[in-house]
Design a protein around this ligand. Structure first.
Ligand SMILES: Nc1ncnc2c1ncn2[C@@H]1O[C@H](COP(=O)(O)OP(=O)(O)OP(=O)(O)O)[C@@H](O)[C@H]1O
Ligand SMILES: [Mg+2]
Length: 387
């Protein structure tokens, strides 16, 4: 297994002027590392993988796998897929329906003329790795989706490639199978230590599998780091939203602190030099109560109204609306101690630990953001801050 190095990689599709699908990407996947590219639809994940595999020609940039340069647009190097020593797993499994599992797995050995692989039993070994030895004589049509995807992973591994590429390999599976196969890929990576680039738009998959993850947006990397770093310290509001901080409370500065249109924000807020900001907070971090129940280290935003209550077994999802039309969704665990009553239409305060929230400026200091109220607009009652 080898290191993957990508420098200044760019892709513009012919006929789509000014549309840059991948824009000056530079990153490295270390030997034995699994790097996840996480991003929403259309941000350039598949295009990046296809350029690494040699299935798509780069408009600019350089790609090397181990010490082999496989693409360098300035030197007109562009190796064909077969000469890149890369295994790939696709979302659509892409197995040949008329070939047995054994022939499907052996396909890369035939395509690359690796006779040694047949002699030395590489097919059986790859099948063993993903636990599908007993499926070798069946046809893809006789397999479940999960089994088909395991065969596809065996096919990607069989030629002992320097690098494995995964393009949303789990998104065509149902939730239970997805978890199971994700776990198997994780264990396989621990065991075999392959170098891998894994594309997904599912944040839990990215957090679980990635040694590091890169959050992509519009063909560029917005943040690259270890899962925990990115989860706990999203660098931008875009990353925060993508990594589960779905709630956004719009705030503006008042002489005595921060407020939303619905009411004052109580509690100590990190010092940011801005006039307006969005406060991002995770659904699970929120509790609902009254401002006098605020504990040290907590923040509260007053003036919300309960707009929806959904029962979810171990928890209830409660939606709280603010007067600016924004809503906050909270997931309150049902502990079984006493009854949780959330009455539709009743007023409530959204409370969370300052640790679980991040403030992102939306306008620089000294310039009120458009559409935001002036400081004396709402005149929320000023409360003593809790620290
Ligand atoms: N062959 C093509 N011709 C023209 N435009 C393309 C082509 N392939 C991709 N694009 C465009 O390039 C951009 C990136 O596409 P890409 O398939 O890489 O996105 P993605 O991140 O993989 O999205 P998804 O999560 O939906 O698979 C998109 O705007 C897409 O429309
Ligand atoms: Mg894609």
């Amino acid at each position: 297994m080898s290191k993957l190095e990508i420098q200044g990689l760019r892709k513009e599709f012919a006929g789509r002027r000014n549309h840059v699908a991948v824009n000056d990407l530079t990153f490295t996947v270390d030997e034995g590392e699994l790097l996840v590219l996480l991003g929403s639809s259309g941000c350039g994940k598949t295009t990046t993988l296809r350029m690494v595999a040699g299935l798509e020609q780069a408009s600019a940039g350089r790609i090397s796998i181990g010490n082999k340069v496989v693409c360098d647009t300035t030197r007109r190097v562009d190796l064909s897929p077969n000469r890149r020593d890369v295994g790939m797993v696709f979302q659509s499994f892409a197995l040949w329906p008329h070939m047995t599992v054994r022939r499907n797995i052996g396909y890369p050995l035939r395509a690359r003329g690796l006779k040694q692989g047949f002699k030395e039993g590489w097919i059986d070994e790859a099948a063993r790795m993903v636990d599908c030895t007993e499926l070798l004589d069946r046809y893809p049509g006789q397999l479940s989706g999960g089994q088909q995807q395991r065969v596809a992973v065996a096919r990607a591994l069989v030629a002992r490639p320097s690098l494995l590429l995964f393009d949303e390999p789990l998104s065509n599976l149902d939730a239970r199978l997805r978890d199971q196969l994700r776990n198997e890929i994780h264990q396989l990576h621990q065991r075999v230590g392959f170098t891998g680039l894994y594309v997904t738009h599912d944040q839990s998959e990215a957090l679980a599998l990635g040694d590091r993850l890169a959050i992509m947006r519009a063909g560029q990397i917005e943040q690259l780091g270890r899962p925990r770093e990115v989860y706990e310290n999203p660098a931008t509001e875009f990353v925060a939203e993508f990594i589960g901080m779905g709630n956004s409370i719009s705030l503006y500065k008042t002489p005595s602190g921060w407020a939303s249109k619905s009411g004052q924000l109580v509690g100590r807020v990190p010092d940011v030099s801005a006039e307006t900001a969005n406060l991002r907070v995770r659904q699970q971090a929120i509790r609902l109560g009254t401002i006098d129940s605020l504990a040290p280290g907590e923040m509260g935003v007053e003036g919300g109204t309960i707009a929806d209550v959904e029962y979810g077994g171990a928890s209830v999802d409660v939606v709280v609306k603010f007067v600016d039309g924004r809503s906050v969704s909270s997931r309150i665990p049902l502990t079984g101690e006493g009854e949780h009553r959330f009455e539709l239409g009743s007023r409530t305060t959204v409370i969370f630990s300052a640790r679980d929230a991040k403030l992102f400026p939306t306008s620089p200091a000294g310039s009120a953001g458009t559409g935001q109220p002036a400081h004396n607009d709402v005149a929320p009652e000023q409360k003593a801050g809790v620290s």
